[in-house]
Design a protein around this ligand. Structure first.
Ligand code: HEM
Length: 404
């Protein structure tokens, strides 16, 4: 095929603006891109040039799991992106390829398996019960985010990391500064350095520990020479920050349950379906705006009949794959009886989310505690008045005003 013909067949570059979506509305731009074809080209508000976008489940899984697509190569590029600041640390887990990526992830893997997270279940349940006790004591109305959805995941991730309770507040503040774009890049960078210095101390102090918390696992791995202290600290920071993803995700989850009371009623009446219902909600929830981190093709690869050239940037959309009609019947419906449910809300391939089991555990505890202990729980304002985060990478309500 001549160069001209290939160029002519390239799909147009679509501009994907940053939009402040509310509720659990599916991004209309993403819906259009999905309708346009399996492979489209996008230009996001920051960075340079264009990138491919892959939206169908099979193709998403292929790109996410194929070593011909590299994360490490993204480091040296200004790929078009949603995030205004792009200051990845060299060696950060999101920007490594195997075998370094595997080596790093292996050091903490035991803490994040289904069995590993069970270690914190009882403490987590107790901490949540205390928060709900306080909520009930203070009486309605309340902000569910401030009262439970924000403090609970912080307490749990700190517990799993081995961060003492006294330091939780500081962790939360650093996380907010790192994740927020409104304070500017230097403020985020400083907060990251401060959190890093904290973890350097904590991991160093645990180097001889045989405990199962993440700081101890990292300390032991550094001690055995498997990872460097710098790598350990970088990973600890990302795991600590990632821990708060549950606040946003469960914010959307409860927004859905409180605006669709028939769903909440079914969960109250049939506690046995909660684990699978939570997975269905995870499939459905549009966790983020636009797309996250791209990958770079290291050689020419054909996807859905189109040639991706070596050096091209490629994004996968896990949100789109979760609505692929070839995999999910009536993908726009929330169906608690859906099975099997092979969603990719936590990603796929080597970079799949290490926090998936933890997020499931926390979501289950939240659903149990809030639905069972507060039978009349409902929104205190009309759905359209629930404030949603603006200019954010991860979507979720700013506050969830409730009464009972
Ligand atoms: C419901 C909540 C959550 C959702 C929907 C979610 C989703 C995701 C997704 C889609 C990815 C990207 C996969 C890729 O790059 O291809 C990811 C990566 C990641 N997540 Fe989560 N996550 C959640 C909670 C958490 C929690 C609780 C933690 C911390 C324990 C966490 C830590 C991370 C880290 C460190 C990565 C980077 C992994 C890597 O690149 O190897 N996440 N997450």
């Amino acid at each position: 095929m001549s160069e001209e013909i290939l160029v002519e067949t390239l799909p147009p570059v679509r501009h994907w603006p940053a939009s402040d979506l509310t509720g659990a509305d599916f991004d209309p731009v993403l819906a259009e891109l999905m309708a346009e074809g399996p492979l489209t080209r996008i230009e996001l508000p920051n960075g340079e040039g264009w990138a491919w976008l892959v939206t169908r489940m099979d193709d998403v899984r292929m790109v996410a799991n194929d070593p011909r697509f590299s994360r490490e190569a993204v480091m040296d590029r200004q790929v078009t992106r949603l995030a205004p600041h792009f200051i990845p640390s060299r060696g950060a887990v999101g920007f490594l390829d195997p075998p370094d990526h595997t080596r790093l992830r292996r050091s903490v893997a035991p803490a994040f398996t289904a069995r590993g997270v069970e270690r914190v279940r009882e403490d987590a349940r107790r901490m949540l019960d205390e928060l709900v006790d306080e909520l009930l004591r203070d009486g309605p109305p309340a902000d569910l985010t401030a009262a439970a959805l924000s403090p609970f995941p912080i307490a749990v991730i700190c517990e799993l990391m081995g961060v003492p309770a006294a330091d939780r507040h500081g962790m939360h503040n650093w996380t907010q500064l790192i994740l927020s774009s409104s304070h500017g890049a230097s403020v985020s960078e400083r907060a990251k350095e401060e959190m890093g210095a904290y973890f350097t101390g904590l991991i160093g102090a645990r180097s001889g520990s045989t405990e199962e918390d993440v700081a101890s696992l990292l300390g032991a791995a550094v001690g055995r020479g498997e990872i460097t202290m710098e790598e350990a600290v970088g990973l600890a920071v990302l795991l600590q920050i990632g821990g708060e993803a549950v606040t946003n995700n469960s914010g959307q989850m409860f927004y859905i349950l409180l605006t669709r009371p028939e769903l909440a009623e079914r969960l109250r009446a049939e506690p046995g379906i909660r684990p699978q219902a939570i997975d269905e909600l995870l499939r459905y929830i549009p966790h983020r705006n636009a797309v996250g981190l791209s990958r770079i093709a290291m050689e020419d690869v054909e996807i859905a009949g189109t040639r991706i050239r070596a050096g091209d940037a490629v994004y996968v959309s896990y949100l789109a794959a979760n609505r692929d009609p070839a995999v999910f019947r009536d993908p726009e419906e929330i169906d608690f009886d859906r099975g099997p449910n092979p969603h990719v809300a936590f990603g796929f391939g080597p970079h799949y989310c290490p926090g998936g089991q933890l997020a499931r555990l926390e979501s289950q505890l939240l659903v149990d505690a809030l639905l069972d202990r507060i039978p009349g729980l409902r929104l205190a304002v009309p759905p359209g008045q629930v404030p949603f985060k603006k200019g954010a990478l991860i979507r979720g309500p700013e506050a969830l005003p409730v009464t009972w």
